[in-house]
Write a protein that binds this ligand. Structure first.
Ligand code: ADP
Ligand code: MG
Length: 285
Protein backbone atom coordinates (compact mmCIF):
# COMPACT_ATOMS: atom_id res chain seq x y z
CA UNK A 1 0.00 0.00 0.00
CA UNK A 2 2.64 2.41 1.19
CA UNK A 3 4.71 1.84 -1.91
CA UNK A 4 1.93 2.54 -4.45
CA UNK A 5 1.27 5.88 -2.76
CA UNK A 6 4.93 6.68 -3.10
CA UNK A 7 4.89 5.62 -6.73
CA UNK A 8 1.93 7.86 -7.40
CA UNK A 9 3.78 10.79 -5.83
CA UNK A 10 6.81 10.05 -7.95
CA UNK A 11 4.77 9.92 -11.10
CA UNK A 12 3.09 13.18 -10.16
CA UNK A 13 6.44 14.79 -9.53
CA UNK A 14 7.70 13.50 -12.84
CA UNK A 15 4.66 14.83 -14.69
CA UNK A 16 4.94 18.19 -12.92
CA UNK A 17 8.59 18.35 -13.87
CA UNK A 18 7.80 17.79 -17.54
CA UNK A 19 7.06 21.39 -18.49
CA UNK A 20 10.41 22.46 -17.04
CA UNK A 21 12.22 19.81 -19.02
CA UNK A 22 10.55 20.97 -22.22
CA UNK A 23 11.34 24.58 -21.41
CA UNK A 24 14.97 23.82 -20.76
CA UNK A 25 15.19 22.18 -24.15
CA UNK A 26 13.66 25.25 -25.77
CA UNK A 27 16.13 27.57 -24.10
CA UNK A 28 19.06 25.50 -25.21
CA UNK A 29 18.31 24.37 -28.74
CA UNK A 30 21.94 23.91 -29.77
CA UNK A 31 22.88 20.41 -30.81
CA UNK A 32 26.09 19.13 -29.26
CA UNK A 33 28.46 18.36 -32.12
CA UNK A 34 31.11 15.77 -31.46
CA UNK A 35 34.67 16.88 -32.27
CA UNK A 36 33.67 19.93 -34.34
CA UNK A 37 36.23 21.39 -36.73
CA UNK A 38 34.96 24.91 -36.06
CA UNK A 39 33.58 26.39 -32.86
CA UNK A 40 31.55 29.56 -32.94
CA UNK A 41 31.29 31.03 -29.47
CA UNK A 42 28.76 33.78 -28.71
CA UNK A 43 29.54 35.58 -31.95
CA UNK A 44 27.87 38.94 -32.53
CA UNK A 45 28.62 41.04 -35.60
CA UNK A 46 27.84 44.70 -36.26
CA UNK A 47 28.34 46.64 -39.48
CA UNK A 48 28.60 49.83 -37.42
CA UNK A 49 27.16 51.49 -34.33
CA UNK A 50 25.42 49.40 -31.71
CA UNK A 51 23.09 47.46 -34.02
CA UNK A 52 24.14 43.83 -34.32
CA UNK A 53 23.20 41.81 -37.41
CA UNK A 54 23.83 38.54 -35.64
CA UNK A 55 23.57 38.07 -31.89
CA UNK A 56 25.49 35.66 -29.69
CA UNK A 57 25.52 32.81 -32.15
CA UNK A 58 27.11 29.66 -30.71
CA UNK A 59 27.54 26.46 -32.70
CA UNK A 60 30.04 23.74 -33.44
CA UNK A 61 30.46 22.77 -37.09
CA UNK A 62 30.84 19.04 -37.76
CA UNK A 63 33.84 17.91 -39.80
CA UNK A 64 33.20 16.29 -43.18
CA UNK A 65 29.49 17.09 -43.04
CA UNK A 66 27.24 19.54 -44.80
CA UNK A 67 25.72 22.13 -42.50
CA UNK A 68 22.90 24.21 -43.98
CA UNK A 69 22.06 27.70 -42.75
CA UNK A 70 18.43 28.62 -43.41
CA UNK A 71 16.22 31.54 -42.60
CA UNK A 72 14.32 34.43 -44.19
CA UNK A 73 16.08 37.23 -46.03
CA UNK A 74 18.00 39.63 -43.80
CA UNK A 75 18.25 37.29 -40.81
CA UNK A 76 22.06 37.26 -40.84
CA UNK A 77 22.97 34.12 -42.81
CA UNK A 78 25.52 35.86 -45.03
CA UNK A 79 26.87 37.83 -42.09
CA UNK A 80 27.51 34.63 -40.13
CA UNK A 81 29.22 33.06 -43.13
CA UNK A 82 31.39 36.13 -43.78
CA UNK A 83 32.42 36.31 -40.14
CA UNK A 84 33.70 32.72 -40.34
CA UNK A 85 36.38 33.70 -42.82
CA UNK A 86 36.52 37.37 -41.84
CA UNK A 87 35.13 38.65 -45.12
CA UNK A 88 32.91 41.04 -43.13
CA UNK A 89 36.06 42.96 -42.24
CA UNK A 90 36.09 44.20 -45.83
CA UNK A 91 33.25 46.54 -44.78
CA UNK A 92 34.73 49.59 -43.05
CA UNK A 93 32.90 49.89 -39.72
CA UNK A 94 32.40 46.29 -38.65
CA UNK A 95 33.14 45.05 -35.19
CA UNK A 96 32.31 41.86 -33.41
CA UNK A 97 32.09 40.21 -30.03
CA UNK A 98 32.69 36.57 -29.22
CA UNK A 99 35.09 34.15 -30.90
CA UNK A 100 35.49 31.57 -33.61
CA UNK A 101 37.99 28.75 -33.29
CA UNK A 102 39.32 26.65 -36.15
CA UNK A 103 40.50 23.52 -34.37
CA UNK A 104 42.04 25.28 -31.34
CA UNK A 105 43.07 28.45 -33.11
CA UNK A 106 41.26 31.77 -32.63
CA UNK A 107 40.56 32.89 -36.22
CA UNK A 108 40.52 36.54 -35.22
CA UNK A 109 44.17 36.20 -34.21
CA UNK A 110 45.18 34.52 -37.46
CA UNK A 111 46.52 36.18 -40.59
CA UNK A 112 43.32 36.72 -42.61
CA UNK A 113 44.96 35.65 -45.88
CA UNK A 114 46.07 32.35 -44.33
CA UNK A 115 42.67 31.93 -42.72
CA UNK A 116 40.96 32.30 -46.10
CA UNK A 117 43.23 29.59 -47.51
CA UNK A 118 41.87 27.26 -44.83
CA UNK A 119 38.29 28.48 -45.09
CA UNK A 120 37.29 29.24 -48.67
CA UNK A 121 34.18 31.04 -49.89
CA UNK A 122 31.88 30.64 -52.89
CA UNK A 123 29.31 33.33 -53.58
CA UNK A 124 25.75 33.45 -54.84
CA UNK A 125 26.50 34.73 -58.31
CA UNK A 126 29.17 32.79 -60.18
CA UNK A 127 32.00 35.30 -60.38
CA UNK A 128 34.97 34.02 -62.34
CA UNK A 129 37.45 36.83 -62.96
CA UNK A 130 36.29 38.06 -66.38
CA UNK A 131 39.71 38.95 -67.78
CA UNK A 132 41.29 35.63 -66.75
CA UNK A 133 41.35 32.31 -68.57
CA UNK A 134 39.75 29.22 -67.05
CA UNK A 135 43.25 28.05 -66.13
CA UNK A 136 44.18 31.27 -64.35
CA UNK A 137 40.81 31.43 -62.62
CA UNK A 138 41.50 28.10 -60.91
CA UNK A 139 44.85 29.29 -59.55
CA UNK A 140 43.71 32.89 -59.03
CA UNK A 141 44.24 32.61 -55.26
CA UNK A 142 47.92 31.88 -55.85
CA UNK A 143 48.33 34.50 -58.60
CA UNK A 144 46.66 37.29 -56.63
CA UNK A 145 48.71 36.57 -53.53
CA UNK A 146 51.97 36.46 -55.46
CA UNK A 147 52.63 32.81 -54.63
CA UNK A 148 55.10 31.47 -57.20
CA UNK A 149 54.51 27.96 -58.53
CA UNK A 150 56.30 25.94 -61.18
CA UNK A 151 54.43 25.37 -64.42
CA UNK A 152 54.09 21.68 -63.61
CA UNK A 153 52.69 22.47 -60.15
CA UNK A 154 50.16 24.86 -61.65
CA UNK A 155 49.12 22.27 -64.27
CA UNK A 156 48.63 19.68 -61.55
CA UNK A 157 46.54 21.98 -59.33
CA UNK A 158 44.37 23.08 -62.26
CA UNK A 159 43.68 19.54 -63.41
CA UNK A 160 43.04 18.18 -59.91
CA UNK A 161 40.68 21.02 -58.97
CA UNK A 162 38.74 20.86 -62.24
CA UNK A 163 38.42 17.09 -61.89
CA UNK A 164 37.10 17.50 -58.35
CA UNK A 165 34.24 19.66 -59.61
CA UNK A 166 33.56 17.46 -62.63
CA UNK A 167 34.58 20.17 -65.08
CA UNK A 168 37.83 18.75 -66.43
CA UNK A 169 36.38 16.77 -69.33
CA UNK A 170 34.18 19.73 -70.29
CA UNK A 171 36.94 22.35 -70.42
CA UNK A 172 40.28 20.56 -70.84
CA UNK A 173 40.55 21.68 -74.46
CA UNK A 174 39.68 25.30 -73.75
CA UNK A 175 41.66 26.02 -70.59
CA UNK A 176 43.03 29.22 -72.04
CA UNK A 177 39.66 30.65 -73.01
CA UNK A 178 37.96 33.10 -70.69
CA UNK A 179 35.85 31.56 -67.90
CA UNK A 180 32.99 33.88 -68.75
CA UNK A 181 32.20 31.81 -71.89
CA UNK A 182 31.00 28.95 -69.72
CA UNK A 183 27.36 28.38 -68.73
CA UNK A 184 26.19 29.62 -65.33
CA UNK A 185 26.45 26.17 -63.78
CA UNK A 186 29.92 25.61 -65.22
CA UNK A 187 31.01 29.04 -63.97
CA UNK A 188 29.82 28.18 -60.48
CA UNK A 189 31.73 24.88 -60.59
CA UNK A 190 34.77 26.86 -61.75
CA UNK A 191 34.38 29.09 -58.69
CA UNK A 192 34.20 26.00 -56.47
CA UNK A 193 37.36 24.70 -58.21
CA UNK A 194 39.03 28.05 -57.43
CA UNK A 195 38.17 27.56 -53.75
CA UNK A 196 39.38 23.93 -53.79
CA UNK A 197 42.67 24.83 -55.49
CA UNK A 198 43.78 26.33 -52.19
CA UNK A 199 43.14 22.97 -50.44
CA UNK A 200 40.93 24.48 -47.74
CA UNK A 201 39.56 22.58 -44.76
CA UNK A 202 36.18 24.27 -44.91
CA UNK A 203 34.21 25.62 -47.86
CA UNK A 204 31.54 28.24 -47.23
CA UNK A 205 28.91 28.67 -49.92
CA UNK A 206 26.38 31.51 -49.90
CA UNK A 207 23.28 30.45 -51.85
CA UNK A 208 25.47 28.94 -54.58
CA UNK A 209 22.59 27.67 -56.71
CA UNK A 210 20.06 30.48 -56.46
CA UNK A 211 21.04 31.85 -59.88
CA UNK A 212 21.10 28.41 -61.55
CA UNK A 213 18.56 26.25 -63.39
CA UNK A 214 17.40 22.95 -61.83
CA UNK A 215 19.82 20.77 -63.81
CA UNK A 216 22.86 22.88 -62.92
CA UNK A 217 21.57 23.00 -59.34
CA UNK A 218 21.34 19.21 -59.15
CA UNK A 219 24.93 18.93 -60.40
CA UNK A 220 26.18 21.28 -57.70
CA UNK A 221 24.20 19.40 -55.03
CA UNK A 222 25.70 16.06 -56.14
CA UNK A 223 29.11 17.67 -56.15
CA UNK A 224 28.75 18.99 -52.58
CA UNK A 225 27.70 15.58 -51.31
CA UNK A 226 30.77 14.09 -52.99
CA UNK A 227 33.10 16.80 -51.68
CA UNK A 228 32.17 16.35 -48.02
CA UNK A 229 34.37 13.27 -47.96
CA UNK A 230 37.39 15.59 -48.14
CA UNK A 231 36.04 18.93 -46.95
CA UNK A 232 33.66 20.41 -44.41
CA UNK A 233 30.86 22.32 -46.08
CA UNK A 234 28.73 25.16 -44.74
CA UNK A 235 25.93 26.10 -47.10
CA UNK A 236 23.59 29.06 -46.87
CA UNK A 237 20.43 28.20 -48.71
CA UNK A 238 17.08 29.79 -49.31
CA UNK A 239 15.88 26.50 -50.64
CA UNK A 240 14.48 24.31 -47.87
CA UNK A 241 14.23 21.22 -50.02
CA UNK A 242 17.89 21.62 -50.90
CA UNK A 243 18.78 21.69 -47.20
CA UNK A 244 16.59 18.63 -46.61
CA UNK A 245 18.15 16.78 -49.55
CA UNK A 246 21.84 17.27 -48.93
CA UNK A 247 22.62 18.60 -45.46
CA UNK A 248 23.48 16.60 -42.36
CA UNK A 249 22.92 19.46 -39.92
CA UNK A 250 20.71 22.52 -40.23
CA UNK A 251 20.60 25.89 -38.57
CA UNK A 252 17.53 28.06 -38.54
CA UNK A 253 18.27 31.76 -38.09
CA UNK A 254 15.74 34.47 -37.45
CA UNK A 255 16.37 38.18 -36.83
CA UNK A 256 20.07 37.62 -36.17
CA UNK A 257 19.50 34.82 -33.70
CA UNK A 258 20.35 31.15 -34.11
CA UNK A 259 16.93 29.82 -33.16
CA UNK A 260 17.50 26.13 -33.71
CA UNK A 261 20.36 23.88 -34.70
CA UNK A 262 20.41 20.16 -35.06
CA UNK A 263 20.36 17.12 -37.28
CA UNK A 264 18.57 17.99 -40.51
CA UNK A 265 16.24 14.97 -40.31
CA UNK A 266 15.24 15.86 -36.78
CA UNK A 267 14.67 19.53 -37.60
CA UNK A 268 12.52 18.79 -40.62
CA UNK A 269 10.42 16.16 -38.89
CA UNK A 270 10.23 17.49 -35.32
CA UNK A 271 11.40 21.10 -35.02
CA UNK A 272 11.80 22.15 -31.41
CA UNK A 273 10.98 25.81 -31.83
CA UNK A 274 7.67 27.18 -33.07
CA UNK A 275 9.42 29.71 -35.32
CA UNK A 276 11.36 26.93 -37.04
CA UNK A 277 8.17 25.00 -37.57
CA UNK A 278 6.40 28.03 -39.02
CA UNK A 279 9.28 28.73 -41.37
CA UNK A 280 9.55 25.13 -42.53
CA UNK A 281 5.82 24.91 -43.18
CA UNK A 282 5.93 28.07 -45.26
CA UNK A 283 4.10 30.38 -42.84
CA UNK A 284 6.72 33.09 -43.45
CA UNK A 285 10.01 33.70 -45.16
N1 ADP B 1 27.41 45.74 -45.60
C1 ADP B 1 26.41 45.94 -44.75
N2 ADP B 1 26.30 47.12 -44.09
C2 ADP B 1 25.30 47.33 -43.21
N3 ADP B 1 24.36 46.43 -42.91
C3 ADP B 1 24.42 45.23 -43.52
C4 ADP B 1 25.44 44.93 -44.47
N4 ADP B 1 25.23 43.66 -44.92
C5 ADP B 1 24.15 43.21 -44.26
N5 ADP B 1 23.65 44.15 -43.43
C6 ADP B 1 22.47 44.01 -42.55
O1 ADP B 1 22.66 42.89 -41.71
C7 ADP B 1 21.45 42.15 -41.56
C8 ADP B 1 21.71 40.71 -41.99
O2 ADP B 1 22.00 40.70 -43.39
P1 ADP B 1 22.52 39.41 -44.14
O3 ADP B 1 23.57 38.78 -43.32
O4 ADP B 1 22.87 39.84 -45.51
O5 ADP B 1 21.21 38.49 -44.14
P2 ADP B 1 20.81 37.27 -45.07
O6 ADP B 1 22.03 36.75 -45.73
O7 ADP B 1 20.18 36.30 -44.13
O8 ADP B 1 19.81 37.78 -46.06
C9 ADP B 1 20.41 42.87 -42.41
O9 ADP B 1 19.67 43.69 -41.54
C10 ADP B 1 21.22 43.69 -43.36
O10 ADP B 1 20.55 44.86 -43.73
MG1 MG C 1 22.52 36.56 -47.77
Amino acid sequence: MESTVLEKKEVEAEVKAQPYKVNNMMQNPIEKIESPILNIDKLSVSYGGDKYSINEVSAGIAKNKITAIMGPSGCGKSTLLRAINRMHELYPDTHNKGSVYLAEEDIYKMNPILLRRKIGMVFQRPNPFPTMSIYDNVIAGYLLNGIKLKRSEKDAIVEKSLREVGLWSEVKDSLHNKGTFLSGGQQQRLCIARALAYTPEIILLDEPTSALDPIATAKIEDLLVKLKKDFTIVLVTHNMSQAARISDYSMFMYLGELVEYGKTKQMFTMPKDKRTEEYLTGKFG
